[in-house]
Write a protein that binds this ligand. Sequence first.
Ligand SMILES: [Zn+2]
Ligand SMILES: [Zn+2]
Ligand SMILES: [Zn+2]
Length: 120
Amino acid sequence: MNQGCDHLNTVNQVTPQTLGCAECLASGSWWVHLRLCRSCGHVGCCDDSPNRHATAHFHATRHAIIEGYDPPEGWGWCFVDEVEVELPDQTPKREPTPRYIDAYGRIIPSAIKGLKPPLT
Ligand SMILES: [Zn+2]
Ligand SMILES: [Zn+2]
Ligand SMILES: [Zn+2]
């Protein structure tokens, strides 16, 4: 069910543009989870991350639909309607994806060592 969302026609088969969050990789920051833009393949960090680049990408581009990309969960989310949507397929992962959070959701100190503190 995709109640209240008519943006599924904007969903494309995309190739993830980067191995991790594009902006965080560029700035030397870190993230919690990754979201994939299903319009253009931009990889951005989730709202639990310090820099929230997936949401920033939506505000900059109005690309509506993201996929839960890392961990690869395959669900879709529409930013415009703020509803979960069913995607036609799940995007294959590009590896190796840098990870800064362990399976319990804790920051891995050695992984973020030397990275810039988040911009708050
Ligand atoms: Zn929508
Ligand atoms: Zn980011
Ligand atoms: Zn996009």
